[in-house]
Design a protein around this ligand. Structure first.
Ligand code: ADP
Ligand code: MG
Length: 342
């Protein structure tokens, strides 16, 4: 996987209080939630947005850390539920704040797993580890080449400004359409296909062995799911090679190919995101693709920096023409991961 962190931020101001007791306020919900040892003794006892915070406390304590009681105030400019991972940003920020406050021995490489555990086991959302890794381990001006199996990372130069480029982030604002069930169905399809092919996971099918693997599967839908995963893995490797060679612009066609694969083979796009991709490409983007778990969320478009506004306007116009709600627009530069600000 090759994510990069956005310059959007979730900020946590933290102070100690006698514990075990945590008082959490979020500007976004305007709500204060307090919980203590009972609520973090097991998953699911705090619900709603504060579950992400309680989940981090639970995961830390479960891993044997002495988490300090704390008062936490949270502000964020990460759009919620847009596929830009406000949930991972919240987990990472709370984790960093509590680790710092308590002087916990918690190196960066161990944090993504704990944040993921908070989300998977406490909140109950079956996410992978990519988002948490990105928000915790990314570096400014770099993409994060991440092996989700080993958690090995490598920082790959992704200097948009030096190349005169920009990434435009289009929030499709598409209504959620059964995203959870469809996500689970795709995951199950991949696991079933891996079993049929006798490999631990589809990543173990090399691109060179794709045709042979497809020939062993007898239904078209499964074949397309497999083709998406195997070709997507190869596109990541190809993108890393191009970035290493400083050929940022040339990664555009791989972004667009990725989108086509998500649309046609994995079938996780929706008309709003397809429209954003098509309009961006028609307005001169070098490449564009949906990001996130699918069925809505955001589109990234790689554009000349001085064309970003024109591409944004073209996407907005295409939305208006189809009667879609106006898209959200951000410009992204690869930013650093969670860290102490003051
Ligand atoms: P995404 O991660 O794509 O933004 P999720 O559904 O995974 O979408 O996570 C969004 C949820 O995370 C919100 O509904 C809310 O419960 C929680 N959340 C994220 N950031 C904040 C915040 N700053 N304040 C309160 N809750 C937040
Ligand atoms: Mg999320």
């Amino acid at each position: 996987m090759l994510p990069f962190a956005l310059p959007l931020r979730t900020v946590v101001a933290a102070g100690r209080q006698d514990g075990p007791r945590w008082t959490v306020w979020s500007e976004l919900s305007g709500e204060t939630v307090t919980f203590g040892a009972d609520e973090v003794a097991g998953p699911g006892r705090v619900t709603g947005w504060a579950a992400y915070v309680a989940g981090v406390v639970w995961a830390l304590r479960d891993a044997g850390h002495d988490v300090p009681g704390a008062r936490l105030a949270i502000a964020s400019d990460v759009p919620l539920g847009s596929g830009l991972s406000s949930s991972a940003a919240l987990e990472a920020a709370v984790l960093a704040a509590l680790a710092d406050l308590g002087g916990l021995d918690l190196p960066a490489e161990r944090r993504p797993r704990l944040a993921q555990r908070a989300e998977n086991a406490y909140v109950g959302a079956p996410t992978g580890i990519m988002d948490q890794s990105a928000v915790i381990r990314c570096r400014a001006g770099h993409a994060l080449f991440l092996d989700c199996r080993t958690e090995a990372i490598e920082h790959i130069p992704f200097d948009l400004a030096a190349a005169g480029l920009a990434v435009l982030v289009v929030d499709s604002r598409a209504p959620h359409r059964h995203a959870d069930g469809e996500y689970a169905a795709r995951r199950a399809a991949c696991e079933r296909a891996a079993r049929l092919l006798g490999v631990p996971a589809l990543r173990d099918v090399p691109a060179a062995g794709l045709e042979a693997a497809l020939a062993r599967l007898d239904d078209d839908e499964t074949r397309r799911r497999v083709r998406h995963v195997v070709t997507e893995d190869q596109r990541v490797l190809d993108t890393v090679e191009l970035l290493r060679a400083g050929r940022v612009r040339d990664t555009g066609p791989l972004l667009t190919a990725s989108h086509a694969s998500m649309r046609d083979d994995f079938e996780i796009t929706v008309p709003e995101v397809d429209t954003a991709v098509e309009a961006a490409l028609a307005a001169g983007a070098y490449g564009a693709r949906m990001t996130g778990g699918g069925f809505g969320g955001c589109v990234l478009a790689l554009v000349d920096a001085d064309r970003a506004d024109a591409v944004a306007a073209a996407v907005t116009a295409a939305y208006a023409e189809r009667g879609y709600r106006a898209p959200g627009l951000h410009r992204a530069t690869p930013a650093p991961g969670a860290r102490r600000l003051a």
